[in-house]
Design a protein around this ligand. Structure first.
Ligand SMILES: [Zn+2]
Length: 459
């Protein structure tokens, strides 16, 4: 049978490891994996000689925020950035205005993204009502998981956080128990509210212009304690629990101590793996991210956590802001809006680490794709195997990604100060979603709107 598309001559990154070969694609699915020299017939052939062919990245933690805040970015701009970054499925967090906390709002967001997205997308929901019927309804609407915070709603952002902020552990136990009953995973932003309150008050005596002041206001202990609390609650509740953006050695220690106690997983992000508080100081308050980027020892510990499997996911936590929103707090690390763009640098940071010998391409690929698909119930995503979706990224490990403000596709390019001027070994040269090229290494190559809504269990 003739394939629609063949990707030939390259090195395939398969679940069992790297090997040279040809990938055949038919009807948006991978139809075959051939050894080099095996004959094939295809309507179109992409020459991948000298290149590596990987499953597209699945970013399980992104904040596009649409349809609210168009000044920060739109579905078009931010999923375009994802495509350029080799991300083929993006999980959108529920923080928007109003918060995505009901079946109707999940449906409305699904409809808003549909027809605008360059890549496939899944939607998180916030559990506004703690009843089994409400949780069943969110699952029925196709929410991929629930998101909660252990912290209170930030001042002035009540509508965005309605149903997200659960500082009382009794409420969080209820969330976990109900989620376990209906089978929805729970993703948690874990920082201890009382410890943040204490540390934040003490930090007001420090110089707000220093990046270290932000770190002092949100210490690693607050993260570690909140993670320990969530894992303790989950021993009782038995939910599928996922810890967002781990930043510290102390939290890794907690995760290891709880190993086997319940069904949990954890992620970290490129900014914690690549940078330290000194880099944040250089980049300025645009680079304020919660929880904070920490020191060298924590950064090394995170790489160790990836190597030993304590951390099984690397995610962007991409958060776009308009320059004016960041500029209003220039020089104040205690009040600047937290978050940094990351969709275009997730894969380059990991490719650079592969080039530097930190991990293999197959390990990086598992952290970016297969583990996410497995954890969040997407059986056809994340792996280059026959029958899987043809969501593919082709990378040039001899190439280089040079990041400039003008070259970024995110609408928040001006505030991506941590990565301006960066040079990463490795480059994304093509991204395909369901067999269609969405990024050809230089521009977005497909008309808008082929990104589809992804729900758990979808075959
Ligand atoms: Zn986030």
């Amino acid at each position: 049978m003739t394939a629609e598309l063949a990707i030939a001559g390259g090195t395939l990154v398969l679940p069992e490891g790297e090997r040279p070969g040809t990938l055949l694609v038919r009807s948006g699915r991978i139809a075959g994996v051939l050894a080099p020299g095996e004959a094939f017939a295809a309507a179109e052939t992409i020459d991948a000689t000298g290149l590596h062919v990987l499953p597209g990245a699945i970013d399980i933690h992104a904040h596009v925020r649409s349809p609210a805040y168009p000044q920060r970015g739109t579905v078009e701009s931010e999923t375009g950035a994802a495509a350029a970054g080799g991300i083929t499925t993006l999980f959108e967090m529920p923080i928007t205005d109003p918060c995505c906390n009901s079946p109707d709002r999940v449906a409305a967001r699904r409809d808003h993204f549909t027809g605008r997205a360059h890549v496939d997308f899944a939607l998180y929901a916030a559990p506004a009502a703690l009843t089994e019927a409400a949780f069943e309804a969110l699952a029925g609407a196709g929410a991929v998981a629930l998101k909660i915070f252990t912290t209170a709603s930030p001042p002035g952002r009540g509508r965005e956080f309605e149903g997200l902020a659960w500082p009382d552990p009794a409420d969080r136990l209820r969330v976990l128990e109900l989620a376990a009953r209906v089978g929805l995973p729970v993703v948690v932003h874990a920082e201890s509210e009382p410890l943040l309150a204490r540390a934040g008050a003490a930090a007001r005596a420090l110089d707000p212009a220093l990046a270290e002041t932000h770190e002092a206001a949100r210490p690693a202990l607050a993260e570690a304690l909140a993670v320990a609390e969530m894992l303790t609650l989950n021993v009782r509740a038995g939910a599928r629990l996922h810890i967002a953006h781990v930043t510290s050695a102390q939290t890794l220690d907690v995760l290891r101590r709880f190993a086997g106690s319940s069904d949990f997983s954890a992620e970290t992000c490129p900014h914690y793996l690549r940078y330290t508080v000194a880099d944040v100081a250089r980049a300025g308050t645009c680079a304020r991210i919660n929880p904070p980027v920490r020191g060298r020892a924590d950064r090394e510990a995170l790489w160790q956590g990836l190597a030993d499997g304590t951390l099984a996911h690397v995610t962007t936590d991409h958060a776009a802001f308009a320059p004016a929103e960041k500029a209003a707090h220039e020089g104040n690390f205690l009040t600047a809006p937290p978050g940094h763009p990351g969709l275009e640098t997730l894969l380059p940071v990991m490719l650079d680490a592969v080039a530097g010998g930190r991990l293999t391409l197959a390990q990086a690929s598992a952290l970016l794709s297969a583990n996410a698909a497995h954890r969040f119930g997407l059986p056809v995503k994340g792996r280059l195997v026959p029958g899987a979706a043809a969501d593919i990224v082709v990378v040039d490990m001899q190439g280089e990604t040079v990041v400039t403000e003008a070259g970024l596709l995110t609408a928040a390019r001006a505030v991506a100060r941590l990565v301006h001027g960066e040079r990463f070994r490795g480059r994304v040269v093509r991204t395909l979603v369901g067999s269609a090229t969405v990024w050809d290494g230089g521009r977005l190559a497909r008309p808008l709107g082929a990104g589809r809504f992804v729900r758990p269990g979808m075959e």
